[in-house]
Design a protein around this ligand. Structure first.
Ligand code: GLA
Length: 731
């Protein structure tokens, strides 16, 4: 049994293969947190709760004269608000009488087989009923009659626990919800670092490690999407944690909108971590009888450092999150027209790009932006999803037919959530976009955002996208979203509900994706938001791959892909070989290195082959052959970061190991070349220490133990930005 309730100690016990999670009902009905960490056999951890009379720590009424019981310092599972806990709360409400108090006491629980569901939002699924168990704990505020259901699903074998929360108004007055966290987790100890993945457009998910200090610190998005700036994934770890050692806790939100991950070190050096929808600009009116669902957060614990933690996420995301059948399939090697032609193309030029791509072994031609409406630059046309016959006189279907006749598959770019002012759609429905009445609009990339909180807009988009998919044979769709949202106001919501708009936008987006993406499992959808501006677990539920960054420079990608790899599996990130000097950084890196780096993901190309030399074309052909040969080790194996681009200035290296440890691919890129430099050795990971391996290109056989403890010499003849790959095979 993965979930138990011990009635004597009033303890809930959640167990995965390697971790335990315990909580206890206090003598006054509050749900206290006891423990989350390495698996322990014990069931009564009451001794951990140390109560004492503390100054300025209020005592709830039910404690009578007992001045030792205070929510000001006790570790809780879901905090009260307005009852003497002053830390960052799990919930904020305004009740019908104007009070801002929520005091949830345990009012029942349920344990059942299978997984709960988060209405209207993506979440992990149980492959079989028996593989997952769920606990629901009901907390009730007796005065307002509001309840919160806390959900816990235990994926025992996968070492994963998910949490979510639902607010239910069971009273007679409407309640305005200002905050509802998906998870609150209290830690009794204090020496933690918070690892977050931060950045900007073209430099996403940079690894950032900060000590948790006294007071509150957070990462958040208030841009309407999960954002380039901060990823909805964070790790809380002990100070000494590294790849192979130390305790660490992961929090991955399955949500694509505004989020917050916040940590507070309190007056007694305890740490609280919250994650959920960002309360900034958020409120939701919950009428009597109505509910509000907070998104799911995927928790993982590793007592053995970051690598193990990453493996837990990679496995669960590959197997229990993504709905596309392609997550388990090799994806076709694509050529994308964006950096090859931008907006400047006609059918002839596209066919030439496709022909060159075919000759190099590519399998899918993707027509990027610029094919529709009056879209000769990025100032117009969004919303008019009708082909531009001046550029493509035979329409999309004609182009698709010719591409297929050549022997390639065909894909297309769309940006359905946006509208240009210079578009027929905007002229017909100016009220369909987010904009506040009487205020000048704020533009981003000269475009406006459609109001996806409206069902009529969502239904229109479902019909438009389905029409595109019906009009031509399309095997791949790149779904883009190219601005941060501002001027949030929906013409369909009353004034007191405007705080709901951005969350409703995300629900609308999921509704559209449910009706377009999930109904076309045969099409590969690739997520994109100016590259990696919406690289999150919810998008991964719908799309087996996400364009990792608009930055295609191989050196910059080392950092971007390193950061991305902490939560997201290799086969979810799309990576392209592009032309040099690189269009984003103007750096020149050998074509072989560009291939090595792009193979650390779903390999693709984004270049005009006309600008390649014969040798470079040959190199691309070889890369594709090599990648396909090793695809399953890369996509389905275990991933090891062998060095950090932030700590090792000389090289960045990583390794893929097949699950049976029989095959491995090691990749290394030299990032700084010194004169007369020291010989460097690369210690491998994940091999069977007792087995013998061959290393392609090296004489002899080597034990796994030797390769992991003594390592492989890094060839001294490598030049700066050159790379090397080693293929290992067990004998
Ligand atoms: C975004 C994407 C790019 C490209 C352009 C087209 O920036 O990230 O890959 O599709 O839009 O406008």
């Amino acid at each position: 049994m993965a979930i138990k309730y011990n009635a004597d100690s009033k303890t809930f016990i959640l167990e995965t293969r390697d971790s335990s999670y315990l909580m206890e009902i206090s003598r006054y009905g509050n749900l206290l947190h006891l423990y989350y960490g390495d698996r322990i056999p014990d069931e009564n951890l009451d001794y951990l709760i140390k109560i004492q009379d503390r100054g300025f720590s209020p005592n709830p009424n039910e404690a009578g004269n007992d001045r030792t019981f205070s929510l000001d310092y006790l570790a809780q599972e879901f905090s009260t608000d307005g009852k003497g806990d002053y830390r960052i709360p799990s919930i904020e409400v305004i009740n019908g009488d104007g009070s801002r108090i929520f005091s949830g006491k345990v009012d029942g629980y349920k344990i059942y087989k299978g997984k709960y569901c988060t209405t209207g939002m993506p979440s992990l699924r149980a492959i079989s009923e028996d593989s997952v168990q769920t606990l629901e704990i009901r907390l009730k505020d007796n005065e307002s009659k509001a309840a919160v259901i806390l959900y816990y699903s235990v994926f025992e074998e996968k070492n994963i626990i998910t949490r979510a929360a639902r607010f239910i108004n069971e009273g007679r007055e409407s309640i305005r919800l200002h905050k509802l966290m998906s998870v609150t987790m209290d830690f009794r100890l204090s020496d933690y670092d918070l690892v977050t993945f931060d950045g900007r457009h073209t430099m996403e998910r940079e690894f950032t490690r900060t000590p948790v200090r006294s007071g509150v610190q957070s990462v958040q998005s208030c841009r309407g999407a999960s954002s380039h700036q901060h990823n909805p994934f964070a790790i809380l770890c002990e100070r000494n944690t590294n790849e192979d050692y130390g305790r660490c806790y992961g929090y991955a939100l399955i949500y694509s909108g505004n989020f917050i991950i916040e940590a507070e070190k309190d007056q007694y050096k305890q740490v609280r971590l919250n994650a959920g929808i960002n309360p900034k600009s958020f409120s939701f009116v919950v009428e009597p009888g109505e509910e509000f669902q907070a998104p799911e957060v995927v928790l993982a614990y590793s007592g053995k450092g970051f690598t193990t933690l990453s493996h837990l996420y990679h496995n669960i995301f590959r197997e229990n999150l993504c709905r596309s059948p392609y997550i388990k399939e090799p994806r076709p090697i694509l050529i994308n027209s964006w950096e090859a032609a931008y907006f400047d193309f006609n059918e002839e030029k596209l066919l030439q790009i496709a022909k060159d791509a075919l000759e190099m072994g590519m399998e899918l031609f993707v027509l990027d932006d610029g094919w529709f409406g009056k879209r000769d630059d990025d100032n117009s046309g969004l919303g008019d999803w009708k082909v531009n016959l001046n550029k493509l006189p035979n329409g999309i279907s004609g182009l698709s037919d010719r591409i297929h006749e050549m022997g390639l598959q065909f894909g297309i770019w769309i940006e359905p959530e946006m509208v240009s002012e210079d578009s027929d759609l905007y002229r017909a429905h100016p009220d369909w976009c987010l904009k506040a009445p009487g205020r000048p609009m704020t533009r981003g990339r000269n475009q406006l955002v459609l109001d996806l909180s409206r069902k009529d807009v969502c239904d229109y988009l479902i019909d438009s996208i389905n029409a595109i998919l019906q009009d031509a044979k399309i095997e791949y769709v790149k779904w883009d979203m190219n601005r941060s949202i501002s001027d949030v106001w929906s013409a369909q919501l009353p004034a007191h509900r405007q705080g709901e708009t951005l969350h409703r936008y995300i629900l609308g987006l999921y509704y559209i994706m449910d009706h377009v993406i999930l109904t076309h499992p045969e099409v590969i959808f690739c997520g994109c938001s100016g590259g990696g501006g919406r690289f999150d677990a919810a998008m991964l539920y719908y799309q087996p791959q996400i364009w990792c960054s608009d930055n295609t420079d191989a050196k910059a990608r080392l950092k971007i892909q390193y950061g991305t790899s902490f939560a997201y599996p290799v086969n979810s990130l799309e990576a392209h070989v592009s032309i040099c000097p690189n269009h984003q950084t103007r750096r020149t890196v050998p074509i072989e290195t560009r291939g090595i780096v792009a193979m650390d993901g779903i390999l693709g190309y984004e270049l005009d082959a006309f600008k390649l030399t014969k040798e470079e074309k040959d190199a691309c052909r070889e890369q594709i052959h090599f990648y396909k040969k090793h695809y399953h080790i890369i996509a389905d194996g275990d991933y090891y970061r062998l060095s950090s681009p932030y700590e090792n200035p000389y090289y960045t290296a990583w390794q893929h190991v097949s699950k049976d440890r029989k095959k491995s691919l090691v990749s290394l890129v030299l990032t700084d070349k010194e004169s007369n430099d020291a010989q460097m050795y690369l210690r491998l990971k994940g091999l069977d220490k007792d087995a013998m391996y061959t290393v392609e290109g090296l004489e002899g056989r080597y034990s796994g133990a030797l390769l992991m403890h003594a390592g492989l010499p890094v060839p001294g003849e490598l030049n700066e930005y050159e790379g090397i790959q080693f293929c290992l095979e067990m004998i």
